[in-house]
Design a protein around this ligand. Structure first.
Ligand code: ADP
Ligand code: ZN
Length: 651
């Protein structure tokens, strides 16, 4: 008998193997491949353009792993077509690095024991209404959006929905962005359910990955909380997917196999024919459009739990302020902050820039410190006492001989969080200050720091956007935005949306336990209307306008964009290839080709980057036409192409 076997490698089709024993679709097998062996899966169809000149080899054995469900196979086929990714690479996302997984003894799964604790939560009437809408008696595919303002209890509402699904014997998946800091979330989960969830992200050990993988395919593990890649876990009996913070752009995997985990979660749910809940306080423009078209169901939570009020906003026009030298915080802010500190409020200074100073140059020779591998300046980090490239990680020390004479004499221009922290220290010398950025918080020790912040043992925080991500700091009642600069995202069609999301999430950290709270915006931008727009309590006003702009200009989500990004170390050759590639594609695909344009950061990790942007209608025809034509173009050696369907950014 002959069987199509898909292998976890770069081929877009299954190979044909022979077997003496019967196999069914989804069986895991071991087969000879080239000079070695490989794991593979019995696929649901043979390769159409058959490769007859190969001698069919024999399957070595069937592996003792439960079969891969048919709907996962169908999902992977679709995933591959949609994202223009070889089928084998899609399968590789399911298989852990392409190695067979063993099935563990029972005791390994006992940590994830799933007896659900009883709790005595009294849901508010608004929460009950949302629950009613989310609890479906038929478990069919349906997208539901839970849009609730920050602090309205979205998490416990979807926990409750999940509880019901679990009680009926199904498994559940919660997708979270930025999984590194899940400590607080895990605690909340255990409080509610009374058992440990399986936590999945790229940083967990190989053994834990194997335990979770085999645990979900055997139904020993009921709930997984995971980052993007948990979407490819082989659940045996999945009943519900939750995508928390659905608007979060970190759902986009933009290296290697490029895909949007939120969108792929929706299609996984559709192939599984199960409900999916998208959770957000401000929906993405894509989701918002689907709500308006009645493709998605919506319920709203408009009140904060226990009627805590949302923060007030105050705008400080910096054009009227005289700052001291090397200073970025106005006197007015210092006074207001003192007032908050007297009341034992925690205060947050927000600046979305890591390190001490983003620009270092020499007074004498005027030359800056830039990255040797990227076209970007190095950022000075005072705590580590080095200069760092935020794109490739290149490090160097602050020593340089000057082109004029002796050593360079450095000037630091502009602040990062470390510098703002110094200024805050000068103004409030007796207060405890902590920096909250990926440099200080993405470590093991950060758990301890987080506890200190929650227990109000830290008076002042100075943080980057990392702090906007879902934290619950009970005493935080004052936020100062050092500079709300809304112009910086000019080249990005999602710039305005990103700002809306950021400032909404950020404001949402304040006043969560009922005390009145304020967010202060220092700004040089005299267009106060823009600020009011993005800080409006009702984000729908902004979203409605944004949708109109996108529609009028034929931008996503009304049209499909696909980025074709060429990279190479030789600038000249790359530019020529981009033009040659464009001419080649012209008239052969189902869309319009824009570009080539060079990336805003032209050189990254030693590679120059150029993009063609394909614009077309939202059908798979566009992807299909590209998938069949691209392999026919032979790039010069050293030039690499990556395809990004529904690109989010191009830095
Ligand atoms: P969101 O996710 O919407 O920002 P959370 O789920 O973090 O909000 O809720 C904010 C706080 O209010 C949490 O500490 C949560 O446990 C609490 N909370 C919300 N609703 C209730 C309720 N009905 N009973 C008890 N606590 C609640
Ligand atoms: Zn670099």
């Amino acid at each position: 008998m002959k069987f199509p076997i898909l292998l976890p490698n770069i081929f877009n089709y299954p190979f044909t193997y022979e077997s003496d024993f019967q196999l069914k679709i989804g069986d895991f097998v071991e087969v000879p491949f080239g000079k070695s062996k490989s794991i593979g899966v019995v696929w649901n169809e043979f390769e159409k353009s058959n490769n007859k000149h190969f001698k069919t080899k024999k399957i070595i054995k069937k592996l003792d792993i439960p079969t891969l469900k048919k709907n996962i196979i169908e999902f992977l086929n679709w995933f591959s077509d949609y994202n223009i990714v070889p089928k084998g690479m899609a399968l590789k996302l399911v298989l852990l690095g392409g190695k067979p997984v063993k099935i563990f003894e029972k005791k390994f799964y006992q940590n994830f024991h799933s007896k659900i604790k009883k709790n005595s939560i009294k849901f508010t009437s608004e929460q009950k209404e949302a629950l009613n809408q989310m609890n479906l008696s038929n478990k069919k595919f349906k997208v539901h959006v839970l849009q609730g303002i920050t602090g309205s209890g979205k998490t416990i509402v979807y926990f409750e929905v999940l509880k019901k699904i679990l009680k009926e014997g199904y498994q559940g998946l919660i997708l979270l962005p930025e999984i590194g800091l899940t400590g607080q979330f895990e605690k909340k989960f255990i409080e509610f359910f009374g058992f440990k969830p399986a936590i999945w992200h790229s940083g967990i050990t190989k053994k834990n990955k194997e335990i979770i993988w085999s645990g979900v395919i055997n139904e020993k593990i009921k709930i997984v909380i995971g980052a993007r890649s948990s979407l490819f876990l082989p659940f045996k009996n999945l009943g519900l997917i939750i995508v928390d913070e659905e608007h979060d752009q970190s759902y986009k995997q933009d290296e290697g196999i490029i895909y949007n985990a939120r969108d792929m979660a929706i299609s996984r749910a559709s192939f599984e024919n199960i409900p999916i809940n998208l959770i957000t306080s401000v929906p993405s423009v894509e989701t918002y459009t689907n709500i308006k078209k009645n493709k998605y169901n919506l319920s709203k939570l408009e009140k904060r739990y226990q009627n805590a009020s949302l923060p007030n906003y105050e705008i400080i026009n910096m054009n009227n302020v005289k700052l001291e030298k090397q200073s970025w915080i106005s006197k007015e802010i210092i006074n207001k902050v003192s007032f908050h500190l007297e009341k034992k409020h925690q205060v947050l200074f927000f600046l979305n820039r890591r390190g001490f100073s983003p620009n270092v140059f020499c007074k004498k020779c005027l030359s800056v410190f830039s990255c040797p591998h990227c076209s970007i300046n190095l950022v000075y980090h005072k705590n580590k006492d080095n200069l760092l490239c935020h794109y490739c990680g290149f490090k160097t020390s602050l020593k340089r001989s000057c082109a004029q004479e002796g050593s360079c004499n450095f000037i630091f221009s502009g602040p990062g969080v470390e510098r703002i922290s110094d200024e805050v220290k000068k103004n409030f010398p007796s207060k405890k200050i902590e920096i909250f950025s990926s440099d200080t918080m993405n470590k093991k020790s950060s758990k301890f720091k987080l506890e200190k912040i929650i227990n109000n043992e830290v008076d002042i925080l100075v943080g980057t956007q990392l702090i906007s991500k879902g934290f619950h700091f009970p005493n935080l009642n004052c936020i100062v935005v050092i500079d709300i600069d809304l112009s910086s995202h000019g080249h990005d069609l999602r710039g305005a949306e990103k700002n809306l999301q950021l400032y909404h999430q950020l404001s949402g950290r304040a006043g969560r336990t009922g005390e009145p709270s304020t967010v202060y915006f220092q700004t040089y931008n005299t267009n106060e209307k823009m600020i009011l727009d993005i800080t409006n309590k009702n984000p729908d006003i902004f979203l409605d306008k944004e949708v109109e702009i996108r529609k009028k200009n034929n931008l996503p989500p009304f049209q499909r964009f696909i980025s074709l990004i060429l990279t190479g170390e030789n600038e000249n050759k790359l530019e020529k290839e981009a033009i040659r590639f464009k001419l080649f594609l012209k008239n052969k695909i189902d869309g319009k080709i824009l570009g080539p344009v060079i990336a805003p950061i032209f050189r990254l990790k030693k590679k120059y980057r150029i993009r063609l942007l394909i614009r077309g209608s939202k059908t798979l025809k566009l992807q299909n036409s590209l998938a069949s034509i691209i392999p026919k173009f032979k790039f010069l050696p050293g030039i690499k192409l990556s395809v990004d369907v529904d690109p989010i950014s191009f830095n």
